[in-house]
Ligand binder design. Structure first.
Ligand code: ZN
Length: 132
C-alpha cells in the first residue's frame, strides 16, 4: 500500500520532520514485519534520516550544504534553481526502513526528514509499505 503525506514547506531550504506521519502510516497499515519506503516525487527535495534531538544539527547541515552548492555558480538551467536540484541529488530521494512488531525501526535519536531546497511549496511524500 502507498500512503501520501502532504506537507507545506517554508521559504528557502528546510528540513521537515515527518517521523510521526510515517509512523502513523505504518501503524494504520497493520503490517507487523516488513519494509517501509519513504520517497519524494519532487526534483528539488530529498529524504534523509538524521538526529532529531538538537535542532542545531539541521541548521548546521543546511549551512554546510549551502557552502557545498552555491546558490549562483554560472548554472545554465533557466528556472534558476539548479542549487536546489543539486542538493536534492546529494541528499537522495528515498530511504527504506525496517518494520518490526508493527513499528518503524528507528534509532533513539533518529528522525525522518523531508528536505525542501526550493520552498515554499506544497509537497508530497510517498510512504510505500510492504510486508505481512
Ligand atoms: Zn529547476
Amino acid at each position: 500500500m502507498i500512503v501520501t503525506i502532504s506537507i507545506s514547506t517554508s521559504p528557502g531550504d528546510s528540513m521537515n520532520d515527518i517521523s510521526s506521519g510515517v509512523s502513523a502510516a505504518v501503524a494504520d497499515s497493520g503490517v507487523e514485519e516488513g519494509l517501509c519506503l519513504i520517497s519524494s516525487p519532487h526534483t528539488t527535495a530529498g529524504i534523509t534520516i538524521n538526529e532529531n534531538a538538537d535542532p542545531d544539527v539541521k541548521t548546521d547541515m543546511l549551512m554546510e550544504l549551502g557552502k557545498l552548492v552555491p546558490l549562483n555558480d554560472g548554472y545554465r538551467h533557466m528556472e534558476g534553481n539548479s542549487a536546489a536540484h543539486l542538493k536534492a541529488t546529494l541528499t537522495g530521494l528515498s530511504v527504506t526502513l525496517p518494520i518490526s512488531e508493527g513499528c518503524l525501526v528507528l534509532g533513539t535519536w533518529q528522525g525522518i526528514y523531508f528536505c525542501d531546497y526550493d520552498g515554499p511549496r506544497q509537497r508530497r511524500v510517498l510512504v510505500t509499505i510492504i510486508g505481512r
